[in-house]
Ligand binder design. Structure first.
Ligand code: GDP
Length: 606
């Protein structure tokens, strides 16, 4: 009888696949890796106590908030007579649909241009757009949407025009991998710059091949070979030197080398053998979306599979609707879009987010119900958000995990600190936990760093630098840990301790308040004092304080005097002005931020 049941189930799965249904809809439950006991209970729709009991009987007592290994998840589900599949968000996206290899046809590569500001991203995209227009189409090159396409002979390349690694990584954080190839643009008169490195790290973290366009070769000071040399330090090595990366010298301004660059993209695409099934219901990702006064919700989407048509009922993230109209990258109305085609669509009821997956349903009713389910799930997820790894939980997380690695994003005040820290990390015993620095750079901790850490489950280490307000908010929202240090050995000590699960009761920093320096003036005995406005919380006379200038900590110490008008006061609350003098520190400037904090001893929770 069991066999008959199994056969029936397998047939149902096959049918579902044939009908393009989500496999999950017919009984197989998708579980993210590292799900906690409570999460698994919710996904399976059983009381958590049932799972706790079974875990206990299996000799693995766990509490509700502890996460489970893949094996354990499968074991418990099996025990409950349920079928589960443990998969990451990315796997989930590719798993949902099944295509017979025979149905797959070649598709155009999707390319993103990244690089340091002013190195020529915009100019390159412009130059490329003109290339495609040569055949008597000129004049009508108003770019309507955040993507474009060029034709080279009978082949097409799609460019995503929202340059910048932020968008790129924000999409990846949502499980969307839309870019096949990254063109890294580096100005030959400027060389490798901070955002060049950032771009490399973002592309590498996503596992996307990099083609280097060495730009501005028309300039007198241009030295393309120096760029090649500099990039080797970051593991970007030209093919002619035995490496993996194709390089092309170009001038975006003088339109030199553009054709060769496009040919190179096609070569790289050939290596990747990009394919998709065009003859099915469409699915893909939202590239950008906005609310337009006249037209309502307007979304630019990239089709990754199937053919999208006017009249289709679709779900994009938490919004749904029926496609009223579609525009191609030149703003011309089109009736359908195929894999790798970007189109602007009208007809969604609300505005989806960049990176959201979209897919077509046969019935609008189904689309609506999925959108509503997702909205509900998002609310639940928001409530029990999955925390990222932290130094404190590193060891217990590692015990369950298959891959034992610690990803770090390191930001510091000077390059020397990064090198010193990296040096010590390299010397650490990595036999049990591999330590990967996925990005390091000089400067304040920014929102981009948090996005990268979020997408890569990394911890951010700040060394003599602080997160800005946006970064702090993002980190809190995404559950990304930021640890800041002022001495290297302390950072090393803690990472080392976390690695072996011995992180001692930690001293935790509690922010008390923050004040903006509006003005400075001389005060007898104190020297230079700052006229401040407290913008957040409350600054206390006995608090420790940091003076932060452009995200860099320039002073860390005590307050020498805290006054309101002429009176010494104990503390000043947000919304009030005050005068602050710092102990043995005079170099205060308008625009600086004074952050107050207290050190509190926190016992470890486990
Ligand atoms: P983005 O910030 O990376 O988008 O850079 P832009 O495309 O805006 O280019 C920055 C500046 O560099 C502009 O003034 C461009 O005119 C100039 N530029 C871009 N490409 C070239 C080039 O190939 N040669 C020269 N001489 N200037 C260029």
């Amino acid at each position: 009888q069991k066999q008959a049941e199994q056969a029936a189930k397998e047939q149902a799965i096959e049918e579902a696949i044939a009908n393009d249904q989500n496999v999950a809809e017919i009984g197989m439950v998708k579980v993210p890796p590292g799900a906690t006991v409570a999460e698994l209970a919710e996904l399976l729709g059983v009381p958590a106590s049932d799972i706790v009991k079974r875990l206990f009987l299996l000799g693995n007592p766990l509490t509700l908030t502890q996460s489970m290994s893949d094996e354990l998840i499968e074991l418990v589900a099996d025990d409950l007579g349920r079928e589960v599949k443990v998969m990451t968000k990315e796997e989930e996206n590719s798993f949902t649909f099944y295509d017979d290899p025979a149905d797959l046809l070649p598709r155009a590569p999707v390319v993103t241009v990244m690089g340091h500001v002013d190195h020529g991203k915009t100019s390159l995209l412009d130059a490329i757009r003109h290339t495609g227009v040569a055949e008597g189409e000129a004049g009508g090159i108003t770019q309507a949407i955040g993507a474009s396409q060029v034709k080279i002979g009978d082949r097409t390349i799609t460019f995503i025009d929202t340059p910048g690694h932020e968008t790129f990584t924000a999409m990846r954080a949502r499980g969307a991998k839309v870019t096949d190839i990254v063109i890294l643009i580096v100005a030959a008169d400027d060389g490798v710059m901070p955002q060049t490195v950032e771009s490399i790290n973002h592309a590498k973290a996503a596992g996307v091949p990099i083609i280097v366009a060495v730009n501005k070769i028309d300039k007198p000071g241009a030295n393309p070979d120096k760029v090649r040399q500099e990039l080797t330090e970051y593991g970007i090595i030209p093919e002619e030197w035995g490496g993996q990366n194709m390089f092309v010298n170009i001038s975006a301004k003088k339109k030199i080398g553009i054709d060769e660059l496009l040919e190179t993209v096609l070569l790289q695409a050939d290596v990747l053998e990009l394919k998709a099934n065009p003859n099915t219901f469409a699915s893909g990702n939202v590239l950008e979306a906005k609310l337009d006064r006249g037209r309502g919700s307007v979304a630019t989407v990239l089709v990754t599979r199937g053919t999208l048509r006017i009249g289709d009922a679709i779900v994009a993230g938490m919004s749904y609707g029926r496609i009223r109209a579609m525009l191609d990258p030149k703003g011309r109305p089109v009736k359908e879009a195929k894999p790798s085609d970007p189109v602007e669509i009208l007809g969604l009821q609300s505005v989806p987010a960049a990176g959201d997956e979209f897919r077509v349903f046969t019935e609008e009713r189904e689309a609506r119900s999925l959108a509503e389910q997702r909205a509900l799930k998002a609310r639940i997820e928001e409530q029990n958000r999955v925390k990222h790894v932290t130094l404190e939980t590193l060891f217990s997380t590692m015990e369950d995990a298959e891959v034992k690695e610690l990803n770090l994003v390191i930001k510091a005040d000077v390059q020397g600190s990064i090198e010193a820290l990296q040096d010590s990390l390299d010397k650490m015993d990595q036999s049990e936990v591999r330590i990967n620095t996925i990005h390091s750079a000089v400067g304040a901790i920014t929102e981009t760093d948090v996005t990268l850490a979020d997408a890569s489950n990394a911890i951010i280490i700040g060394f003599g630098v602080r997160p800005d307000a946006k970064a702090r908010a993002a980190a809190e929202h995404q559950g990304v840990e930021i640890r800041t240090y002022s001495v290297i050995y302390k950072a090393i000590e803690e990472i080392d301790a976390a690695r072996i699960g011995m992180l001692k009761p930690t001293e935790e920093e509690h922010q008390t308040g923050s004040a903006e320096v509006r003005d400075t003036f001389k005060v007898p005995k104190v020297g230079i004092a700052a006229g401040c406005m407290v913008t957040e919380g409350e600054i206390g006379r006995d608090d420790n304080v940091r003076l932060v200038r452009d995200g860099i900590v320039v002073f860390d110490g005590k307050i020498a005097s805290l006054r309101r008008y002429k009176d010494d006061v104990k503390s000043v609350k947000a919304g009030f002005e005050c005068g602050i003098g710092l102990e043995n520190f005079q170099d205060i400037k308008p625009g600086d931020v004074i952050e107050g904090y207290k050190i509190v001893e926190v016992a470890r929770t486990e």
